[in-house]
Design a protein around this ligand. Structure first.
Ligand code: URP
Ligand code: ZN
Ligand code: ZN
Length: 458
C-alpha cells in the first residue's frame, strides 16, 4: 500500500462505517481498521466519500458566436475543488462534420487540459443512415449515451428522427438522454412576449412554461414506449414532468431522471431582481415556482429521480448582458459544478431531506451505474479507482464567485452559507485538492470509455 486515509467514516450508497482506506497504484486495495502505509492522511471527524460524478456539464460549449466561459481546464479545476472527480460533457457535430470528427475535435480540446477523468455523451442532432451507423460504431468505443434535444435550432430533432435515434440506441446499448421542452410552444411564447414589449429577463420563465417541458417529455415517452427504449431526462424541473415519468413507469417503461441543484434550491423569484441581475438566472428549463421544490426533493429521496447533475454552463456578465434589451438573446445556463456537493450536503443531508447514503447514491453511485462507469467509479471498494473526497461536515463556507474557481463573475448562490466542504480530493490516489487549493497538473485527467447500457425492457 502506498497511501492510507486514516480513521474517517467511509460512506457508500449502502453503508457508513468508521474505517481506513488503503490505496496502491491509484486503486483502492483495502477498506478496514488499522491499515498502514508510508503516507498517511488523517480523516478524523470527516466523511470519506467516493469521488462525485457530474454527468451534465458544458465546458467550452459553442453557442452562435460565443463559447461558454469555462474550458476543460478551468471547468475541471472547479469540479475538483467542489469534490467532483469525473465529469461527462458532450460532443456534437457542427455543419458538415461527421459525428466521429466531432468526437475527435472534442477529445483534442479536452485531452491535455482536463484535471479529472471525463467522458463524452454523443449528441443526436441528425438521424441519417451514416449518422446512425456512427452512433453504433462509437458505442463500441465506449461512447454509450446520446443526447436528444427537443428544442434549440441546430441541435433539436423531430419525432421521426427521435424514433430512429431511439431505435439505434436500443440496438447499440446506448442510453438516450433527453432535454425535453416543446420548441414550438417556446417560440410562440417568445414571439408573443416580444411583440407585447415584454423584453426583460423576467419573461424568460413565462416563455418556457412547465407545460412545454411536460409535453415534450410525454411525447418522448410515447416514442420510447413504441421503440421499447429506456430514456433518461436531464434537468427535470417540475411536478408536471415528474407526473409524466410516473405514468410511464406505471405502464412498465424504464425511465430515469436527473435534477439540478438550481431546480431544487432556486425559484422564479430570482427573475424579479432588477436588471442586470435577473439575467444571471436565464437558464433552461427556467427556475420554477418554489411550490415544485418539495416534490422534487421527495422524488429524489424516494428514488423517483436517480441523479443530481449541474448542467454547468457558465456565461460571463458581459456575455449575458448582450441580451438585456431582449431576453431571448441571453445565452442560457449557469455555473454549478463546484457548488453541487456542498449545497446538496447542506440543504439535503443537513436539513433531513436526504440520508447520507442517498446523497452518495444520487451524486456518485447512480451516475456511475447509469453511465457505464461502475464499479470503477461511484463506490469505495477494493478494485475501484481511488477517487475519494475527505469531507469536513463542520467546515463553514460562504459561497462567492470571487473564491470559486469557475471563470465567471457571478454565482447563483452568492453569499449563501454552506456547512460541509471537501477538505481533500483524491483522483486515482493523487491528492489534487487540499482545503480549496488545486494541486494537480493540467491534463492529468483521463478519458473514460464506458460500458454499454444494459437494456431491461427489450
Ligand atoms: O440553460 C441551459 N441549460 N443551457 C445549457 C444547455 C442545456 O439546455 O442543457
Ligand atoms: Zn438542456
Ligand atoms: Zn445541459
Amino acid at each position: 500500500m502506498d497511501l492510507v486515509i486514516k480513521e474517517g467514516v467511509v460512506v457508500t450508497a449502502s453503508e457508513a462505517v468508521e474505517a481506513d482506506v488503503g490505496i496502491e497504484g491509484g486503486k483502492i486495495v483495502a477498506v478496514g481498521k488499522g491499515l498502514d502505509a508510508p503516507v498517511k492522511l488523517k480523516a478524523q471527524g470527516c466523511y470519506i466519500f467516493p469521488g462525485f460524478i457530474d454527468v451534465h456539464v458544458h465546458l467550452q460549449m459553442p453557442v452562435g458566436d460565443i463559447v461558454s466561459a469555462d474550458d476543460f481546464f478551468t471547468g475541471t479545476v472547479a469540479a475538483a475543488c467542489g469534490g467532483t472527480t469525473t465529469v461527462l460533457d458532450f460532443a456534437e457535430a457542427h455543419g458538415s462534420q461527421s459525428l466521429s470528427q466531432a468526437v475527435e475535435e472534442r477529445r483534442r480540446q479536452a485531452d491535455g487540459q482536463v484535471v479529472v477523468d471525463y467522458s463524452l455523451h454523443l449528441t443526436g442532432n441528425r438521424a441519417d443512415g451514416q449518422f446512425l451507423q456512427e452512433v453504433a460504431e462509437l458505442a463500441e468505443q465506449g461512447y454509450t449515451s446520446l443526447k436528444i434535444y427537443t428544442t434549440y435550432p441546430g441541435l433539436m430533432v423531430d419525432d421521426g428522427q427521435i424514433l430512429k435515434l431511439l431505435e439505434t440506441c436500443r440496438e447499440a446499448g446506448v442510453l438516450p438522454i433527453v432535454h425535453a421542452e416543446n420548441h414550438h410552444m417556446i417560440e410562440h411564447m417568445k414571439e408573443r412576449l416580444l411583440r407585447e414589449g415584454k423584453t426583460s429577463p423576467r419573461y424568460h420563465p413565462i416563455s418556457r412554461p412547465c407545460l412545454a417541458e411536460a409535453e415534450a417529455a410525454q411525447r418522448v415517452l410515447a416514442l420510447s414506449a413504441l421503440t421499447r427504449t429506456p430514456v433518461y431526462f436531464v434537468h427535470l424541473s417540475c411536478t408536471e414532468t415528474l407526473e409524466a415519468v410516473r405514468l410511464a413507469r406505471s405502464r412498465g417503461q424504464e425511465v430515469y431522471a436527473e435534477v439540478t441543484p438550481h431546480h431544487l434550491l432556486l425559484s422564479d423569484e430570482e427573475y424579479l431582481r432588477p436588471d442586470p441581475e435577473a439575467a444571471m438566472f436565464v437558464l433552461s428549463p427556467p427556475l420554477r415556482d418554489k411550490s415544485h421544490h418539495s416534490q422534487l426533493w421527495g422524488a429524489l429521496a424516494r428514488g423517483e429521480i436517480q441523479t443530481v447533475a449541474t448542467d454547468h454552463c457558465p456565461w460571463t456578465r458581459a456575455q449575458r448582458e448582450r441580451g438585456l434589451g431582449n431576453f431571448t438573446l441571453i445565452p442560457n445556463g449557469a455555473p454549478g459544478v463546484e457548488t453541487r456537493i456542498p449545497l446538496l450536503f447542506t440543504f439535503g443531508v443537513r436539513e433531513g431531506r436526504l440520508s447520507l447514503n442517498r446523497f452518495v447514491e444520487v451524486c456518485s453511485t447512480m451516475p456511475a451505474k447509469l453511465f457505464g462507469l461502475y464499479p470503477r467509479k461511484g463506490t469505495i471498494a477494493p478494485g475501484a479507482d481511488a477517487d475519494l473526497v475527505v469531507f469536513d461536515p463542520e467546515e463553514e463556507v460562504t459561497l462567492s464567485w470571487r473564491t470559486l474557481h469557475h471563470q465567471v463573475d457571478h454565482c447563483p448562490y452568492e453569499g449563501w452559507k454552506v456547512k460541509g466542504y471537501p477538505r481533500l480530493v483524491l483522483s486515482r490516489g493523487e491528492v489534487i485538492v487540499e482545503k480549496g487549493e488545486f494541486l494537480g497538473q493540467k491534463g492529468r485527467g483521463l478519458f473514460l470509455p464506458r460500458q454499454k447500457f444494459p437494456i431491461r425492457v427489450a
